[in-house]
Design a protein around this ligand. Sequence first.
Ligand SMILES: [Zn+2]
Ligand SMILES: [Zn+2]
Length: 237
Amino acid sequence: MFQTALRLIYPPRCLNCGGLVESDGGLCGPCWREMPLIGGTVCDLCGTPLPGEGEGLQCDACLRVERPWDRGRAALVYDGVARKLVLGLKHGDRADLVAPAAGWMALGLRGLVPEGTLVAPVPLHRWRLAKRRYNQSALLARALARELGLTCVPDLLVRRLRTPSLDGLGAEARFATLEAAITAHPKRAAQIKSRVILLVDDVMTSGATLSAATRACRDAGAAGVIVGVLARVAKDA
Ligand SMILES: [Zn+2]
Ligand SMILES: [Zn+2]
């Protein structure tokens, strides 16, 4: 009865446009049609949609740049409605997006992650965390772990140094800057050993941050690394 009363006061709204919908965490029909949800044939390393059919394929970007992780999936193409939702998650206070976003991410990752996998967010530096108040990747990691029935370790990885802004840096400089910054939490090293780690981030652009995080896991003895992102920036975006 409480639920019913609550529904009357706060009817479920579309995550994108705020129109009325049937259940929480959903989108209305028109917004669903515009949502670039990824399905079908994908790059096995970054989850970008690919034409044709096949398994274990790689997109041009992943063929060009070395990806130290084993497999990866993205829920959305970073475009249109998805872009708006990701930005809402990053800069606004759209905590209501976390659970549905984790649900979309789980679609591609279920069946890819073995039992006993540890879920960890890509770490945000402390001063950025303070400025933004929360790490959206940590929120996604926690919700995704719940969705997949896995354990989330929010502080598995930490940033050692203050990372300078990566804007304007070339790919190589980005990689070098990030590589030095991410490391396994000293207290978590024993936990990482021989485990598969599912690294979670909100957006994958160049993949530099995920590469650095993957190397930190491998240095700590992880048995494998799988990457899960909410949105993949398409190369022409
Ligand atoms: Zn809508
Ligand atoms: Zn790829």
